[in-house]
Design a binder for this molecule. Structure first.
Ligand SMILES: Nc1ccn([C@@H]2O[C@H](COP(=O)(O)O)[C@@H](O)[C@H]2O)c(=O)n1
Ligand SMILES: C[C@@]1(CO)OP(=O)(O)OP(=O)(O)OC[C@H]1O
Length: 160
């Protein structure tokens, strides 16, 4: 038996007239995030952490930014694809942990709702999903409210 870990990082720029979707949850804010997909930076980081743990190529390999057919795709679908790839290999997701780095809005009040969406997409329990957040203490692009970054780590069990 083997346990494997993976990491993921993503960042998206704020844009006007876009919904702000984080962990599959729409959050009221003055700006949303720009992207070819729904720009759910948290789900993207989590997807990459799972793909990394499985030793697979990253999110852009499965969902290329050049693919017009996925414009506006819900990133929960990307997490569902990660679950499918895990199932195909008999891999079992043990846990996912994550942090968002955002000056605003406050995201922790939405963490439970995000856990529910993410857990459902991955076929795990909410207790297996960690969601944290920090500001960047006004420094850098996050500090200037230019965008949101997210980090994630995953552990999976892979049978022999
Ligand atoms: N976008 C954010 C940022 C932070 N939080 C919560 O606030 C706590 C304090 O953040 P600091 O950066 O000032 O240390 C943090 O631990 C989070 O609980 C948040 O919800 N949303
Ligand atoms: C899923 C994709 C598809 O275009 O989403 P984007 O919104 O482009 O987001 P990004 O995190 O820059 O790259 C991942 C892409 O593969």
């Amino acid at each position: 038996m083997m346990y494997r870990t993976g990491i993921g990082y993503d960042v998206h720029q704020f844009a006007e007239n876009r919904p702000l979707i984080l962990g599959g949850v729409e959050i009221e804010h003055s700006h949303g995030l720009a992207g070819h997909s729904d720009a759910d930076v948290l789900s993207h980081a989590i997807a990459d952490s799972l793909l990394g743990a499985m030793g697979l190529p990253d999110i852009g390999h499965y969902f290329p930014p050049t693919d017009d057919s996925i414009e506006g795709i819900s990133s929960l679908k990307i997490l569902e694809k990660c679950r499918e790839l895990a199932d195909e290999r008999g891999a079992v997701i043990q846990n996912v942990d994550s942090s968002m780095i955002a000056e605003a809005p406050k995201v922790l009040p939405h963490a439970e709702a995000m856990k529910e969406k993410i857990a459902a997409a991955l076929g795990v329990t909410t207790g297996q999903i960690g969601i944290k957040a920090t500001t960047n203490e006004t420094m850098g692009f996050v500090g200037r409210h230019e965008g949101i970054a997210a980090l994630a780590s995953a552990m999976i069990y892979v049978p022999d």
